[in-house]
Design a protein around this ligand. Sequence first.
Ligand code: NDP
Ligand code: GDR
Length: 327
Amino acid sequence: MKRALITGITGQDGLYLAELLLAKGYEVHGIIRGQNNPKRALVEAIVPEVVLHTGDLTDLSGLLRALHASQPDEVYNLGAVSFVAYSWENAQVTTEVTGNGVLNILEAIRLYAGDDVSKVRFYQASSSEMFGKVQEVPQRESTLLWPRSPYGVAKVYGHYMTINYRESYGMHASSGILFNHESPRRGPEFVTRKVTLAVAEFARGRTEPLAMGNLHAKRDWGYAGDYVEGMWRMLQQDTADDYVLATGQTHSIHELLDVAFRHVGIDDWAGHVTQDPRFMRPAEVDLLIGDASKARDVLGWQPTVSFERLVTMMVDSDLAALDARRS
Ligand code: NDP
Ligand code: GDR
């Protein structure tokens, strides 16, 4: 039986990945931070088989203890301060967790594995935010990185540190450059879920307008369930490498609002939405569209859920949850 250790187990991707690995027969371990993390109950409800270890990406000794306790064949580093807008307000903590945290886990693996570093395969959650200012369309593995936020800068550091450990120590360390992926488990601070939660409320009579930021930005949105399958496939290759995962299609925030509101029968949403400077970013990533042909050719990976299906799935889930709370 293979064993996997996941950081970021309480997040959207951590939960989907844990489900996937358990279905494949893995023994799954997760690192959870804090003395009384409110998301522990969520993990225990969705994936009760997962063995949880206390730890934090800023604390190398805790990571080392979790490695010794779990003895993993594969480590997936999904933990991060992941909300881009927050990273401007808290650039140092973002750098510590999202950037330096990658060094901590790589170094913990090296200390744990000793002479045999290739016995632990490593996945780093890199991001399309590393592309930032548009240099090339679509963006691929070789596109110049030009991050536009403290989060993006921290991810670039983690990305190159992962490559460096692969090249310096022969570690089986792969980096997935993932474009935005969403699901009903997406955090409510991210734009898709913010919109689908609000649209469900409008369908049930909400009157207070929804305050939004930049409606012109474009993102390449896929379904999180597809993307965790791609992470796993990367670690099954004989050779570690970097791969873009994306749908190859881009949509604006405006189109996101169109699809979500139309799904509940509201064609003209202008009166329901206001633009609020509080949600504008100091620097924006205007256009993301990914070229995942390397992942398709080498990993046999492809996305299965369209933008429309993704958005309507999320609206339906939020409607069902709202109705369940009210009944
Ligand atoms: P989430 O925000 O849902 O989850 C982030 C996870 O990181 C949570 O489990 C959180 O734990 C954990 N975490 C935060 N701080 C620390 C810390 N100091 N030590 C250990 N763990 C910590 O993110 P997603 O699941 O959406 O994303 C997973 C990873 O993929 C992240 O690294 C993200 O940056 C990256 N990524 C995501 C994309 C997406 O579109 N979803 C695209 C590209 C990359 P807690 O519950 O305790 O806060
Ligand atoms: P992003 O996701 O920054 O791409 O990072 P987010 O959903 O926060 O923003 C996407 C785009 O929507 C615009 N926007 C708004 N965003 C939010 N959150 N709230 C608003 O009200 C709003 N109005 C407009 C933003 O300006 C932006 O252009 C996500 C995270 O999961 C990262 O961790 C990951 O690395 C990248 O995706 C790929």
